[in-house]
Design a binder for this molecule. Structure first.
Ligand SMILES: Cc1ncc(COP(=O)(O)O)c(C=O)c1O
Length: 380
C-alpha cells in the first residue's frame, strides 16, 4: 500500500520510538503520581519530562501541559472550561468538527453565541476579517493553525497580537501543524494550544492535550482522582491535575516523549526537507493534469503537505475507491470533518480528494499517484 493519508493519522510510525517506550513501560510502568515507591516516582519523572518537552517544543517552556485523550478532548475541555453563559466566541470557517460541533452545541444550549471568520481565495483567514467580529463579550478565539483540507497555515502571530490587544485568549488548534510546522506560542501571544499525538508528532492515538498559560482559569469539566490533594473531596485546583481526572495514558505519554526527541534529530529534519520537495512535486504534477482542480494550490512556506482536489467527472468517493482497489493507494475522500470549508468552496456534500504526505513517503509514491490519476483521466 502507498499511504497518502497522513493528515488522518501518520503511518507508518517511527518504530524505534514505540519499541523503546514499550520496553521502558514494561520495565517500570507503575502509576505516575499515585505512589511513593521508586517505580511510581520514576514514572512520574518521565511524565514531567514529557510535559516540559511538549511545552518547550511549541515555544512556551513556562506553560503547563495537561494531557487529554486527543485534540477533540483538549479543545472541548478548554472551551467548556472557559466560557460562561452570555459569552461570545470567535472562530473560523476553516475549523474541524472538533471545534464546530462544541460551538454549535453550546449555542443550542443557550450558553454562548459565536461568529466564524471567512477565509480568502488562498485558504487563509485575514486577521482584519477576524478582528471585525469582536464584541464586548468575546471570551475566546479558536483558530485552526493548519487547515486539514487545504494545508494552509494561518497567521497565528497577527491574530495573537489582535487577541492580546483586547485581552482575549487565543486557543490554537495545532492538530495538523504540531510536528509539521514551527510553532512559537509566546512570540505569537497564544494562550493555549490543543495537540493530538497521532498525526505529525508521529505518536500513537489516544494521547493529546493542552499546552496552556497557567494564568488562564479553566474550570474542569470532570472531577476525580488526581493523586494530589486527596484529603479534599473537591478536585485539585493545581495544573496540570486540574484538567486531568483519573489515570493518565502513561504508555502514550512515554511514546510521545520519544517521538518529540526524534523530531529534534537530523533524520527528522532531512525527512521534513524531502517531504517539502515531494509536496512541491505533487502540486506541480496535479496542475499538469487536465481535469484536476486543486483547491487553494500552493506549496512551500505557509503550508503543510496536505493537498485537496477534485477530478472532473469523478465523485471524490469513486476516486478513493479506484485508487485503493486498482492501485493500492490510500487517500481520504469526503468532507474531512470540515463541512463549512467545503460549503464555501462549493463542493456540496461530496467534498474533495485529500492527499497528505508524511516523513516516510518517497518520490515513487507521488509518481505512482500522479500516474494513476493520469490513467483514470485517460491521459496516459
Ligand atoms: C484540524 C483538526 N483539528 C482537530 C482534529 C481532531 O483530532 P483528534 O481526532 O485526534 O482529536 C483533527 C483531526 O483530523 C484536525 O485535523
Amino acid at each position: 500500500m502507498i499511504y497518502l493519508d497522513n493528515a488522518a493519522t501518520s503511518f507508518p510510525k517511527p518504530a524505534s520510538c514505540f519499541r523503546e517506550a514499550l520496553d521502558a513501560y514494561l520495565a517500570a510502568g507503575a502509576s505516575p503520581g499515585r505512589g511513593g515507591y521508586d517505580a511510581a516516582v520514576a514514572a512520574e519523572h518521565q511524565v514531567i519530562a514529557v510535559r516540559r518537552a511538549m511545552a518547550a517544543y511549541v515555544g512556551a517552556p513556562d506553560y503547563v501541559t495537561c494531557f487529554a485523550a486527543n485534540a477533540t478532548d483538549a479543545l472541548n475541555t478548554l472551551l467548556q472550561g472557559l466560557v460562561r453563559p452570555g459569552d461570545h466566541v470567535i472562530s473560523t470557517r476553516l475549523e474541524h468538527n472538533s471545534v464546530l460541533r462544541p460551538l454549535h452545541h453550546l449555542r443550542e444550549a443557550g450558553i454562548i453565541s459565536f461568529d466564524l471568520a471567512p477565509f480568502n481565495a488562498y485558504g487563509v483567514v485575514e486577521p482584519r476579517a477576524l478582528e471585525a467580529l469582536f464584541q464586548p463579550n468575546t471570551r475566546l478565539v479558536m483558530l485552526n493553525h493548519a487547515s486539514n483540507v487545504l494545508g494552509t497555515l494561518q497567521p497565528a502571530a497577527e491574530i495573537g497580537a489582535i487577541c492580546a490587544e483586547r485581552g482575549v485568549p487565543l486557543l490554537l488548534d495545532a492538530s495538523q501543524s504540531a510536528g509539521a510546522a514551527p510553532i512559537d506560542l509566546l512570540a505569537w501571544k497564544v494562550s493555549a494550544l490543543a495537540f493530538t499525538g497521532h498525526k505529525s508528532l508521529m505518536g500513537p492515538p489516544g494521547i493529546g492535550g493542552l499546552v496552556l498559560d497557567p494564568a488562564l482559569e479553566v474550570r474542569p469539566s470532570r472531577w476525580g482522582g488526581t493523586g494530589v490533594d486527596s484529603e479534599s473531596v473537591l478536585h485539585s485546583r493545581e495544573y496540570p491535575e486540574r484538567l486531568e481526572a483519573g489515570t493518565i495514558n502513561l504508555l502514550g505519554i512515554m511514546t510521545l516523549g520519544r517521538c518529540l526527541e526524534r523530531l529534534a534529530t537530523p533524520e527528522a529534519a532531512e525527512a521534513a526537507g524531502r517531504e517539502a520537495m515531494l509536496h512541491a512535486r505533487l502540486v506541480e504534477g496535479l496542475a499538469a493534469l487536465e481535469g484536476v482542480t486543486v483547491h487553494c494550490p500552493g506549496s512551500g512556506a505557509g503550508r503543510i503537505p496536505v493537498v485537496s482536489f477534485n477530478l472532473e467527472g469523478w465523485p471524490p468517493h469513486d476516486v478513493g475507491m479506484v485508487l485503493d482497489g486498482d492501485y493500492e493507494i490510500a487517500v481520504r475522500t469526503g468532507l474531512h470533518c470540515a463541512p463549512l470549508l467545503h460549503q464555501d468552496l462549493g463542493h456540496g456534500a461530496a467534498g474533495s480528494v485529500r492527499v497528505s504526505l508524511g516523513p516516510f513517503n518517497t518520490a515513487p509514491d507521488v509518481e505512482a499517484l500522479l500516474a494513476a490519476l493520469s490513467e483514470m483521466l485517460g491521459q496516459s
